[in-house]
Ligand binder design. Structure first.
Ligand code: ZN
Length: 126
């Protein structure tokens, strides 16, 4: 038996797909390599954690986006909070400007502010 890396259930070694959560399983992952992520798997990045100053939130965002890309993610969800004043509002504004620049340079494909009807979340396609 092996353990599904998404839901943690025990599944047969030869299973191609997790019977509990449908995650594709990789039969023989090489030791030390990172298994490729399915295209629909979304990485969540929480920029609000610890209420960082804006420049730190942006640094963290770029670092996490690079890391997500190198790990095979195609989509990330940024949680940056919202509001017209205060830290949440500033981070949201700064994140939006930074992403516009990254999109212009081709670092990200596109982004959608207000993902899932939540104005504090932005979806980014890598
Ligand atoms: Zn599973």
């Amino acid at each position: 038996m092996k353990t599904c890396r998404r839901c943690g259930n025990k599944i047969p070694d030869r299973a191609r797909k997790c019977p509990y959560c449908d995650l594709q399983q990789h039969a023989h992952p090489a030791v030390g390599s990172v298994a490729p992520r399915p295209k629909d798997e979304v990485k969540t990045i929480n920029l609000k954690k610890g209420f960082p100053p804006v420049h730190e939130a942006l640094q963290q965002m770029k670092y996490e986006i690079d890391k997500a890309r190198s790990r095979g993610f195609r989509v990330v969800r940024l949680i940056h909070g919202y509001g017209s004043t205060g830290t949440g509002g500033k981070i949201k504004q700064a994140v939006r400007e930074e992403l516009a620049g990254m999109q212009h340079r081709g670092d990200v494909k596109r982004f959608v502010v207000g993902y899932d009807g939540n104005p504090g979340v932005t979806r980014v396609e890598l």
